[in-house]
Design a protein around this ligand. Structure first.
Ligand code: BYC
Length: 472
């Protein structure tokens, strides 16, 4: 078991005490991080005790550590998964060479950009969720929000460690810049589109955790294959935290769907709004919005950047080592979504430049499994409605479909048709105002808002009535 040294100012399992230069860089960054956290982290709850899970070692048991913590006292730190002895670069032009423990000089710029792009999403999501605590549907959900937030904070630490440990002065400058950009700020926005969108209500939050955090899972899994071993090890550990975020998203939407179905049955109507629920049609619109925003995060269908990341051995495919091919992809092809006139089909492309699309395919299949579970809840109430993922060309801003209007079922539309119909497919101002009107805080232990069912069980064996956040 790889224990984490909690006697240090910065808990870690990377022997920080033996690297004075790095320790000084991180100790210099730490107060700036805390300042950012106090400024941009959860508003109004910094002094409250929250029942949080903290990693004390990087193996499975190391997660079982739950206790009350005030968020600014959370032990953010640097935890890498155990090294794999004799690990090699497993794909691309360097396949078979020993994995790099230091940054290969010729790939320095590219690798730095990948790490900065990944790192930038972590504080961005905390910023996007800053106001949500004030309208929590229960103490259980409030605690889950804060658990997600502190772990996103730790993911920022993970990337800052890589920048400070391996990129010298440039890395330290990037670490500072990660604390300076702001989600949605016109002058200094976050790097990727989805991370500048607001998360104004809890339906959006759960959708974000389901769709956008899942992009995180697929991107981190690809980076976990990296031939740059420190990146691989840090992403492998981050993935264990990411799983909880997706649980929060999937179970959150599922509980909303369940409550909606209960109200539909009880009142024999689809229009559950007047009974304090969120109608399935509105939930579908939020699915369309968040899915399309997150599909953009995979980049263009055809990308030489993606081909280069792979050939250089820096970013692999999802489950690279489970794939039975030559792991160089030279000469191989892959089928990518394609626009031909006003029809959407597929065409064969070189596999190397199609890696973004391939990862998007893995992602869509995973999203579909979650949607199937929501639909099972709907069916179990005897209701004949299905939630659906929108077509991958719907409402895209990046890639082949950025300039066309496409319906959720994949028909290419004229501008006029789009203008006439888009309010049926995406949340309107009225929908948002309605969802917003439901966002009244519920903070009595064991109680839940009218629009969401209670979860089947509490956290770490505690009952639902447990005081997951002490507000008193
Ligand atoms: N928004 O070749 P292309 C997470 C840019 S989420 C704005 O198609 P590429 C989390 C692109 O930078 C996971 N710009 O794309 C979740 C490029 O610019 P340059 C985050 C975009 O490079 C929830 C140009 O367009 N991880 O962890 O193959 C909570 C052409 O790009 C966007 C990563 O992102 C966009 N959506 O792929 C908390 C992994 N898409 O070069 C956390 C690291 C593309 O012309 N990043 N552009 O200046 C990457 O692997 C790649 O950068 C991307 C883009 C997959 C994002």
């Amino acid at each position: 078991m790889a224990g984490i040294d909690y006697t240090e100012r910065i808990p870690n399992n990377v022997n920080l005490a033996e690297n004075r230069r790095l320790q000084r860089a991180l100790e210099d960054w730490q107060p700036k991080f805390l300042e950012w956290w106090k400024d941009m982290g959860p508003l109004g709850f910094q002094a409250k005790d929250v029942y949080l899970r903290t990693a004390v070692s990087v193996d499975a048991q190391g997660w079982a550590n739950f206790d009350y913590v005030r968020m600014p006292d959370y032990r953010w730190g640097i935890f890498l998964a155990e090294p794999e002895p004799e690990r090699a670069v497993n794909f691309g032009d360097h396949k078979g060479s020993p994995a790099w423990q230091e940054v290969p000089g010729e790939y320095r710029g590219v690798l730095r950009r990948l790490i900065v792009t990944q790192g930038d999403t972590e504080p961005a999501s905390v910023e996007q969720q800053q106001h949500l605590g004030r309208t929590c549907p229960s103490l259980y959900d409030l605690r889950n929000l804060f658990q997600v937030n502190v772990e996103e904070g730790r993911h920022l630490w993970a990337m800052v460690y890589l920048l400070d440990a391996h990129f010298g002065r440039d890395g330290r400058e990037e670490s500072e810049a990660l604390l300076q950009r702001r989600s949605g700020n016109a002058d200094k926005p976050r790097i990727l589109g989805a991370f500048n969108e607001p998360t104004p209500d809890w339906l959006s939050f759960f959708m974000f955790c389901f769709f956008t955090d899942r992009d995180g899972k697929y991107q981190l899994a690809s980076l976990a294959e990296s031939g740059f071993d420190p990146l691989s090890r840090t992403c492998r550990f981050m993935l264990t935290e990411e799983a909880h975020h997706m649980f929060v998203g999937e179970s959150g939407v599922q509980r909303i769907v369940q409550r909606t179905c209960e109200l539909m049955r009880e009142h024999r109507t689809e229009d559950v709004r007047k009974h304090g629920g969120i109608d399935l049609a509105t939930i579908q619109k939020y699915v369309n919005l968040h899915c399309s925003v997150s599909l953009d995060l995979f980049g263009s269908e055809v990308s030489t950047n993606a081909a280069n990341f792979y050939t250089m051995g820096l970013k692999g495919r999802f489950e690279e080592m489970k794939k039975d091919d030559d792991h160089t992809l030279k000469g191989a092809t892959y089928s990518v979504a394609d626009l031909a006139g006003d029809r959407i089909g597929t065409r064969e492309e070189a596999a190397l430049v199609s890696l973004n699309e391939r990862l998007r395919d893995d992602y869509v299949a995973d999203c579909q499994r979650g949607v199937n579970r929501w639909n099972q809840v709907i069916r179990s109430h005897g209701i004949d409605v299905e939630l659906r993922l929108p077509h991958r060309a719907f409402r895209r801003a990046i890639g082949s479909f950025a300039d066309v209007k496409v319906s959720p079922d994949g028909r290419v539309l004229s501008e006029a048709e789009w203008d006439a119909r888009h309010h049926d497919w995406l949340p309107t101002a009225d929908d948002q105002a309605f969802v917003g009107s439901l966002m009244q805080p519920v903070t009595e232990p064991g109680r839940f808002a009218s629009w969401i069912a209670a979860p089947p069980r509490g956290i770490n064996g505690r009952p639902l009535e447990f005081e997951y956040v002490r507000l008193g």
